[in-house]
Design a protein around this ligand. Structure first.
Ligand SMILES: Cc1ncc(COP(=O)(O)O)c(C=O)c1O
Length: 397
C-alpha cells in the first residue's frame, strides 16, 4: 500500500517536472566556482556578472569583511535564538536605531530576510479589524505570499495605474485601506511615482506601505531610500521595508515606521518571533555598510553614470532595452525559450545574465534582466552591449 502511494507521489512529481521543462520554465541554480567582484567563474568559464543586486559593489568591501571578521571573533557567528528569546544583541539594537535615523522613521525592526519582513508585516497587519490591502499588480512574490498567507481582504490594481488604483480603493469606503507598492519594481526596474500614488491614496484616506528593497542604499540623501528621495514622511507611508541583500551587499532586511505599528510587528509578526535572529557579525557588517554609503556618496554617482553610459550605448546600437532610472534594465523578448537561448548565447560571449520567466513575470513578458553596478568597468559595459547587439539581431523588439 505505502509503495503504491510512493509510486503515485513520484509519478506526480515526475509529471510536474516534465511539464515545467516542456514549457521552458525549468529553474536551475548555477554554481559559482569563484567570484572576484563582477568576475565570476561558472563551469570553468570566466564571465562578467550582470545579474547581481550588489548595486554599489559593497559585497566584498574590505572594511565590511574586516568588521564582520572582528565581530565574529568577539561574539561568535550565530545569534543562537530568535530575537525575543536571547538572539537580539546590542549590535542589533544599534542597527535598528541607525536604520530609524537614516530613514527618518520612529523605529525599525530587523528581519533575517526581505521575504520574511514582508510576510511578517502583512500577516501582522491583517490581524487588525476591517483591513483591506490594495496592491500594484507587479508587487514582489513576498508581498503576494504575505497576502495569501494572511487570507486578508485584498485587491490588485494595474501596474502604476492611478485610475485603477482609485477605483479599487473606492470599493471599500468603510475599511482601513493600505496601498502596497514597490519603490523600484524588481523585475521591470521602473521607479514608482510615489508622490502620485500617495496623492491618489490620500483621496480615499488610504496610507502607503512601500517595499524599498531596490531603492534603499542608492536613492535619497546618503542612500536613505526612495521615500526620503520623494520627501514622503511617515504620515503618508507609515511603514516601509528595506533590504540588506541588494545595495548594502549583505543579507537581511528591516521594516521601519510608526512606533506603534513596529510594536505590533514585535507582538504579531511570526517570521520575527519564530526565526533565529540575524547573525551578530552580519548586524555589525550592515552598520559598516551604512557607514560606507554615508561616507562614499560617489558610489551611487558611479552607478548612475554607468546606467547612463549603458543606455547611450544601447541607443547607438539599436538595442530594445526598457530604459529605467534604476540599475535594473530589462530586455523583453516575450517567449521563455527565446530568453533562455539568448542568455546561453550571451554566456558563450562571456556575459552572465539571467532570464526571468513566468510565473515571476506575467505570461508573454519573459525577459533578460540586466543589472548594472558601480564597479562595472566601461569596457565591460561595451562588451555587454556588443554581445547583446549580436545575440538580439533579428529578435522582436
Ligand atoms: C521587491 C523585493 N522585496 C523583497 C525581496 C526579498 O528580499 P530578500 O532577498 O532579502 O528576502 C526582494 C528580493 O528579491 C525584492 O526584490
Amino acid at each position: 500500500m505505502s509503495n503504491n502511494v510512493d509510486n503515485k507521489l513520484l509519478g506526480n512529481v515526475k509529471n510536474y517536472l516534465c511539464q515545467v521543462d516542456k514549457k521552458q520554465l525549468y529553474r536551475q541554480a548555477v554554481e559559482l566556482q569563484a567570484r572576484d567582484q563582477n568576475k565570476i567563474i561558472i563551469n570553468g568559464r570566466r564571465l562578467i556578472n550582470f545579474s547581481s543586486n550588489d548595486y554599489l559593489g559593497l559585497s566584498s568591501h574590505p572594511k565590511i569583511i574586516e568588521t564582520i571578521s572582528r565581530s565574529a571573533k568577539k561574539y561568535g557567528f550565530g545569534s543562537s535564538a530568535s530575537p525575543l528569546v536571547c538572539g537580539k544583541t546590542e549590535l542589533h539594537g544599534r542597527l535598528e536605531q541607525e536604520l530609524a535615523n537614516k530613514t527618518g522613521r520612529d523605529r525599525a525592526l530587523v528581519f533575517p530576510s526581505g521575504y520574511q519582513a514582508n510576510l511578517g508585516m502583512i500577516t501582522a497587519l491583517s490581524k487588525l479589524p476591517d483591513m483591506v490591502f490594495v496592491l500594484d499588480r507587479l508587487c514582489h512574490a513576498s508581498i503576494i505570499d504575505g497576502i495569501k498567507l494572511s487570507r486578508a481582504k485584498f485587491t490588485r490594481y494595474n501596474h502604476v495605474d492611478m485610475i485603477d488604483m482609485q477605483a479599487q480603493l473606492g470599493r471599500y469606503p468603510d475599511s482601513v485601506k493600505l496601498v502596497l507598492t514597490e519603490s523600484i519594481f524588481s523585475m521591470d526596474g521602473d521607479v514608482c511615482p510615489l508622490p502620485r500614488v500617495a496623492e491618489a491614496a490620500l483621496e480615499h484616506a488610504a496610507k502607503l506601505i512601500v517595499d524599498d528593497a531596490h531603492g534603499f542604499g542608492i536613492m535619497g540623501k546618503n542612500g536613505s531610500g526612495t521615500l526620503t528621495h520623494f520627501n514622503l514622511g511617515q504620515d503618508v507611508a507609515p511603514l516601509m521595508v528595506g533590504t540588506f541583500g541588494k545595495a548594502l551587499g549583505l543579507q537581511g532586511a528591516f521594516v521601519a515606521g510608526e512606533d506603534k505599528l513596529i510594536e505590533l510587528l514585535v507582538q504579531l509578526a511570526r517570521p520575527y518571533i519564530y526565526s533565529t535572529a540575524m547573525s551578530i557579525p552580519l548586524a555589525a557588517g550592515v552598520i559598516e555598510s551604512l557607514n560606507i554609503i554615508e561616507k562614499e556618496p560617489q558610489r551611487a554617482k558611479l552607478l548612475f553614470e554607468r546606467i547612463e553610459y549603458f543606455q547611450q550605448q544601447c541607443t547607438d546600437k539599436g538595442i530594445p532595452c526598457e530604459f529605467t532610472n534604476s540599475p535594473i534594465q530589462p530586455v523583453l523578448l516575450g517567449e521563455s525559450g527565446a530568453v533562455m537561448r539568448a542568455c546561453e548565447q550571451l554566456r558563450d560571449k562571456g556575459v552572465f545574465v539571467v532570464g526571468i520567466r513566468p510565473p515571476t513575470v506575467p505570461e508573454g513578458t519573459a525577459r533578460i534582466r540586466i543589472s548594472i553596478n558601480s564597479n562595472h568597468q566601461f569596457n565591460e559595459l561595451d562588451m555587454l552591449v556588443e554581445s547583446l547587439a549580436v545575440v538580439l539581431k533579428g529578435k522582436p523588439s
